[in-house]
Write a protein that binds this ligand. Structure first.
Ligand SMILES: NC(=O)c1ccc[n+]([C@@H]2O[C@H](COP(=O)([O-])OP(=O)(O)OC[C@H]3O[C@@H](n4cnc5c(N)ncnc54)[C@H](OP(=O)(O)O)[C@@H]3O)[C@@H](O)[C@H]2O)c1
Length: 353
């Protein structure tokens, strides 16, 4: 099987970085001719085409177009963890390819760690990725759209004979390497709000979350692709959860370092943090719907991730390295401004519905 890989959301932060990091790896499995980038706009298509890769411009909500255009065997889906339709159309297309070509097909879905937060209804206590994660997600699917999408992906892939994997990134940081949007969400938005308020605000609870540098995250996808191409069997389907948890992040520690780094640039008045006066004030400053504020900046999980270590994934970034380099996050925002993506818009859409 040739490594014909489609990366969706390839103008996005994660999808764009996957394309760039795969190409930069100089690996024979990631030759330009084997990579196809799916983007939404003509301008994005033109920009990505300059890399010499194949580019598909399409709206993934259009099932007919997706099924007709997709002639590949591996999809890495980075366009939406919320809207299940996009993933289901791609899986239907892979199922058709499997029938037509008689080859195995693979779907790597990008989910979100918020599906496993107590604040979204996940049960308290430790969750192991080698335990019954799928069964629990299925029981709790209707109470959170990311869980509903994960379950739909696994069930639809099984029904179509497509091998599926779920990659769950926590808070992703670091400047992206893609051609279009190079900014993540949680930290850049926090940096922007701190600069415009001239103060770094925090919530009263000191929450532990998890983080991963974008380069370590793209390396994890690379490891999964490597195993697929080497025809090694790794956990997939209901067992195929890969939590990309590189290290802990303690919010107050992060924000203290951020405040010191912003003060060193004279972008805030004080190197001390203050408490948000209310969720409404935080939402207004951060520019997200109020119901997502606690979810994005004040929720944690308790996951034990074994599948990624068994793959041999060794993140190069630790908590200390992140904190020592926190000025990179400020530099990226000053350099790039706002994220060039519709992710925040989709949060507002989802808040309406
Ligand atoms: N960044 C993080 O910290 C993080 C953490 C956990 C999970 N995730 C998940 O990872 C995925 C990628 O995140 P990201 O940060 O890379 O987001 P992003 O920068 O917004 O990228 C998403 C891309 O998908 C494209 N897209 C959305 N809907 C589409 C459609 N119907 N048809 C075609 N393309 C479509 C967007 O197009 P436009 O450019 O036109 O908007 C955008 O280029 C998301 O599912 C996100 O929930 C991200």
């Amino acid at each position: 099987m040739g490594s014909n890989i489609l990366i969706t959301g390839a103008a996005g932060y994660l999808g764009g970085s996957l394309v760039a990091d795969f190409l930069a790896s100089n690996s024979t499995q990631f030759r330009k001719e084997n990579i196809t980038a799916a983007v939404r706009s003509e301008e994005q298509a033109k920009t990505l085409s300059k890399l010499g890769i194949n580019v598909l411009q399409l709206d993934l909500t259009d099932e007919k177009v997706v099924v007709e255009s997709l002639l590949l065997s591996i999809v890495i889906h980075c366009a939406s963890s919320l809207d299940e339709r996009l993933a289901l159309h791609l899986i239907t297309a892979l199922g058709k390819q499997r029938e037509v070509r008689g080859e195995e097909t693979y779907f790597i879905h990008t989910s979100g760690l918020s599906a496993f937060y107590e604040s979204t209804g996940w049960p308290p206590g430790e969750t192991k990725d080698t335990g019954p994660v799928f069964d629990l997600e299925k029981q709790l699917a209707d109470s959170f759209p990311i869980r509903k999408t994960d379950v739909a992906v696994i069930e639809h892939a099984k029904a179509r004979g497509v091998t599926s994997f779920i990659v769950i990134p926590p808070t992703v940081y670091g400047k992206g390497t893609g051609e279009w949007n190079k900014l993540s969400v949680v930290l850049p938005v926090c940096v922007q709000a701190s600069i415009s308020n001239k103060v770094v605000y925090k919530f009263p609870e000191n929450i532990k979350v998890s983080g991963v540098h974008i380069s370590d995250l793209t390396a994890l996808y690379g490891s999964i692709i490597e195993k697929i191409l080497q025809k090694e069997t790794i956990p997939s389907g209901p067992e195929g959860y890969y939590f990309a948890l590189a290290h802990d992040l303690i919010w107050w520690e992060v924000l203290d370092h951020l405040a010191a780094a912003l003060k060193a640039r004279n972008l805030v008045v004080d190197s001390k943090t203050q408490i948000w006066p209310s969720d409404e004030a935080a939402a207004k400053s951060l520019g997200v719907p109020v119901q997502f504020v606690q979810l994005l900046w004040n929720s944690g999980e308790n996951i034990i991730s074994e599948n990624t270590r068994r793959l041999g994934w060794k993140p190069a970034w630790s908590k200390d390295r992140f904190l020592q380099n926190i000025d990179d996050e400020i530099e990226a925002v000053l350099d790039l401004g706002k994220a060039k993506s519709s992710l925040i818009d989709s949060l507002f859409e989802s808040a309406k519905g």
